[in-house]
Design a protein around this ligand. Sequence first.
Ligand SMILES: [Zn+2]
Length: 167
Amino acid sequence: MADIAEKIMHARDMEMTLDSFARSGGIAPVRAYYISGEFHIVADGETLYSDEGHEYCLQCAEGLLRTALVHLSGDKRDEHRVSSTELHHEDTCKHCLICGALLDYALNDIGVASELDHYLMHPLSRDLRPGDAFHIARMLEAAPADRTVLRIARQALRQIPRVHRRN
Ligand SMILES: [Zn+2]
């Protein structure tokens, strides 16, 4: 029986292969940002709302804050600043709340369970999609010894389209 360290090494190899296929397929997660403080502005028939749980790509965070600042009084303005979030462990994969861009993330146990549910319900396409490769790599990163994660990862590797395989 392979020992646990050996298994985890193998999981890391699979994670790197999946990530490199994802990158070659144009998957480029961006850093996640949030706006400090909370605002809720209704102006010109539009609602501008943000709190520290909302995450965006840099461009959208800056755009939203710029629009909000126009409507805020001087002393309120100083409460808000765009900052990058720590790569804390998430319940789910993350996308910019405004434009939907894929944000970089790491999964916690709940996140792994929910991604596993997703892949058990929606089997992989015959030719692995780069986006799926990225999400499966995140499961491997968070749960490198989980048998179901490893099974799905092995299946994903087999389904990387032939032209992308190194051998
Ligand atoms: Zn965005």
